[in-house]
Structures are given as structure tokens and as C-alpha cells.
Write a new protein. Structure first.
Length: 134
């Protein structure tokens, strides 16, 4: 599972984790019953405190998207449905708006932004979003 956080983003990192997990659940990339990384593992992978990831998991559990099981670990809930405010489109629209605002603040042209998004999509499709092409 490819998640990342940006400490410079105005969105708190726990919300970034929640939004990204909602997105992969809503998109079907994580099906019902799919095992999530342990809190310790995800915190280590993202360079976050365990409490930050724990808070994100607790929030998603309250929404009924994930459930903790002592034997199996944390899994996507069987009846996981993302509320309309957390739909794939809404989550992606928020990310797109932040990206567009950051580009505008940096003085980047729309063409440059489109080019960078296309390159990022190509890296993800090739299976190496954080390595090759940087």
C-alpha cells in the first residue's frame, strides 16, 4: 500500500493518512477483509508517531471503514462504505485543489502542473512512484 504524508501540507498528517486510506478503500484497491499494516509498521513506514496512526485508525473504525481484530489485526470492514463527503471524487478533489493552489503560489504554469501530474501517474503505473523518475 502506497501512502505518503507531507509535513508541510496544511492538512494535519493524521488527516492525510485518513484521507488516503478512505481513498484506497473507496476505490476498491483494498477490498473488504484486506489486512492493513500494523500501527507500528505504518508509523515506521511514514516516519510518524504511533499515536498519529492510531488516531487515524480509530477515526476510520468509528466510521465503520475498518475494524480491529485481536487475532487477525486491522482489516477493511466487510460493510465498508465511504460516506459521500469521503467519496473518491471528494478526496481527490481536495488533493487537486491543494496541488493547484501550491502550483499557483509557486508561479507554475498549468502546462507544467499537467506535465508533473502525468509523470507522477506514469511512475505509479510503473510501480515505482518514489524512485525512478525523480
Amino acid at each position: 500500500m502506497l501512502l505518503s504524508v507531507d509535513p508541510d501540507d496544511p492538512v494535519p498528517v493524521h488527516e492525510q493518512v485518513e484521507q488516503q486510506l478512505r481513498l484506497v478503500i473507496a476505490s476498491g484497491a483494498l477490498a473488504a477483509g484486506s489486512l492493513l499494516p500494523t500501527i507500528r509498521q505504518l508509523a515506521s513506514d511514514l516516519g510518524l508517531a504511533k499515536g498519529t496512526v492510531s488516531g487515524a485508525y480509530e477515526s476510520l473504525a468509528r466510521e465503520g471503514l475498518i475494524e480491529a481484530n485481536r487475532r487477525r489485526g486491522t482489516v477493511v470492514a466487510r460493510r465498508a462504505t465511504v460516506r459521500s463527503s469521503g467519496s473518491v471524487r471528494a478526496v481527490l478533489a481536495g488533493h487537486a485543489m491543494r496541488l493547484a493552489l501550491a502550483a499557483a503560489q509557486a508561479g507554475a504554469s498549468p502546462e507544467l502542473l499537467h506535465s508533473l501530474v502525468d509523470e507522477a501517474l506514469e511512475r505509479v503505473e510503473a510501480g515505482h512512484p518514489y524512485g525512478a523518475g525523480r
